[in-house]
Design a protein around this ligand. Structure first.
Ligand code: HEM
Length: 142
């Protein structure tokens, strides 16, 4: 089997480790200013990458490698850029007029990653063809 599904799950596992520690830190300090960034790291980083990795491991095994790679690279770049600069805005480390466009760039990369995933799934659906119809003989008693 291709190693790409492992790469998706490895990245997802890394993001959820960071994300849950981040959540724990917010709970302990009662400082929830960065909670939207925490939520997006968990949902885009862990949930979305896990679902895409599971698709490529199970149904999308014959997806062209360039699509899987592009999906992986764009989704990860997008998540990292988006979360880093969202956090910079919430903590006041970077002014919104400067960091905002970078967050948007990260968001666009995430969307393009999802668009490639959509194309991969539609390609799989088309290539799968219609469901096999049972033959008359299959229904006869043994
Ligand atoms: C150890 C695990 C986790 C801890 C300790 C934790 C902690 C927190 C805390 C303290 C908040 C802020 C609540 C507030 O603003 O009043 C929060 C918000 C949130 N978390 Fe987590 N979290 C954890 C895991 C997760 C996971 C796995 C997900 C999703 C897959 C998630 C999604 C969210 C969402 C959607 C919000 C709301 C964000 C918002 O309204 O801005 N969290 N979490």
């Amino acid at each position: 089997m291709s190693r790409w599904p492992y790469a998706f799950f490895a990245a997802a596992a890394f993001y959820i480790l960071v994300g849950t520690n981040w959540g724990l830190y917010m709970s302990v300090t009662h400082d929830f200013t960065t909670s939207p960034a925490h939520a997006h790291l968990n949902l885009l980083g862990f949930v979305s990458l896990s679902i895409m990795g599971a698709y490529y491991a199970l149904l999308g095994r014959d997806t062209p490698a360039w699509m899987v790679k592009a999906n992986f690279v764009l989704s990860n770049l997008g998540v990292v850029i988006m979360i880093a600069f969202l956090t910079a805005i919430f903590t006041g480390a970077a002014p919104p007029p400067v960091a905002g466009p970078v967050v948007a760039l990260g968001g666009v990369l995430v969307i393009v990653g999802f668009a490639i995933f959509f194309a991969a799934v539609i390609r799989g659906l088309v290539l799968a063809g219609p469901p096999a119809r049972p033959k008359l003989g299959d229904l006869a008693p043994a």
